[in-house]
Design a protein around this ligand. Structure first.
Ligand code: PGA
Length: 249
């Protein structure tokens, strides 16, 4: 089955609303592509200007987080319907920075995933091991555990539409990319895990990205792997280089 490539930029906590409009004007002509889904995951306050600035283009806007309640006394949080009404299509859930600095648990992520689906948002669920876990040889077990707990109770019909990003924590923002073999090994293990929980058809539909120091030099080889359907790109997504990553062959 042909899966459509998806390349998403994770802007993290960068760019003010005014800078967002400028950066989109710079990147817009560079990321035009007929056969790749292009997503900019911007800070919450930049969502509205980003939606306006990308109207009529091939760029979809994503959020970097959301809460699992509909509304109410949750100071500082953003609800799925707020994102949906603003025109957001994707939402990154469970990025390692959120798991580490904001103590997000798999249990909370499971609730967030269910809510995102309920509101028609496409989650980009992140998973990934620490360097210590890799050195202990427990990478695949750990990732399988994350996937199984995060997807607990979510039907195959939803999972087949979602995106999973494998992001080894030791490769994020470090300039140290996983080797192509390491990245493919884990992305394949994620797909096998989906086949085990659901079925082959679901495993063949779900799109799996690699993330962690993706750049214009390593994207082609990574994205050419059979189980890697694109990338989640941090640092390089804020530069014209992102256009090369989107259009790499
Ligand atoms: P990086 O970040 O490309 O800067 O390593 C990736 C990510 O955290 O999504």
């Amino acid at each position: 089955m042909e899966r459509r490539r998806i390349v998403a930029g994770n802007w993290k906590m960068n760019m003010t609303p005014a800078k967002t409009v400028e950066l989109i004007a710079t990147l817009r002509p560079l990321v035009e592509s007929l056969d790749v889904d292009v997503v900019f995951c911007v800070p919450a306050i930049d969502i509205v200007p980003a939606i306006t600035a990308t109207r009529g283009t091939n760029i979809a806007i994503g959020a970097q987080n959301m809460y699992f309640e509909e509304s109410g006394a949750y100071t500082g949080e953003i609800s799925p319907q707020m994102l949906k009404e603003a025109g957001v299509k994707y939402v990154i859930l469970g990025h390692s920075e959120r798991r580490e600095y904001f103590h997000e648990t798999d249990e909370e992520l499971n609730k967030k995933l269910k809510k995102a689906f309920e509101h028609g948002l496409t989650p980009i669920l992140c998973c990934g091991e620490t360097l210590e876990q890799r050195e202990m040889g427990i990478t695949l077990d750990f990732i399988r555990m994350q996937i199984k707990s995060d997807l607990n109770g979510i039907p195959a019909s939803k999972v087949e539409e979602m995106v999973i990003a494998y992001e080894p924590i030791w490769a994020i923002g470090t300039g140290r990319t996983a080797t192509t073999e390491q990245a493919e090994e884990v992305c394949k293990a994620i797909r096998d895990c989906i086949a085990e929980i659901y079925d082959d058809a679901t495993a063949q539909s779900v799109r799996i990205q690699y993330g962690g120091s993706v750049n214009a030099g390593n994207a082609s080889e990574l994205f050419a792997q059979p189980d890697i359907d694109g990338g989640l790109v941090g640092g390089a997504s804020l530069k014209p280089e992102f256009g090369k990553i989107v259009n790499c062959k």
